[in-house]
Design a protein. Sequence first.
Length: 102
Amino acid sequence: MAKIRVVNGVRFSEDDSRLTHVRWGIVDTDRNEWISGPAEAEVIDVVDALMSGNEVWTIYTVQGRTVPGPRLRTVGDSEEAEAIETHTDPNDHRTLRDLPRF
C-alpha cells in the first residue's frame, strides 16, 4: 500500500495575502482512498512534514473527478521555511489558489 499526504483545500488570511491553513490527509494510492482525513491543519504542519522528508501532493476536482496535482515544496530560508507552494512543471501550472477554499 503506497501512502502519501495530500492537500485538497486551502484557507487564506482575511486580506487573501497569505495561506494560513490546509485541508489534508493521507491517501492509499493503490486504492485511491483516504486513510486519514481530510482534516484542517495550519500551514506550519505541512512545512514540518516537508522538512522531515515527507512528500506532500495536491489533488483537484476536474469535471467531477479527483485528479492528482503538483507536489508541494517549502518557501523561504531552508532552515526557517514558513510557507508552501506547488512545485509546478511545464505540464501542470496549477497552484494552491486553484484549490477549493474552506
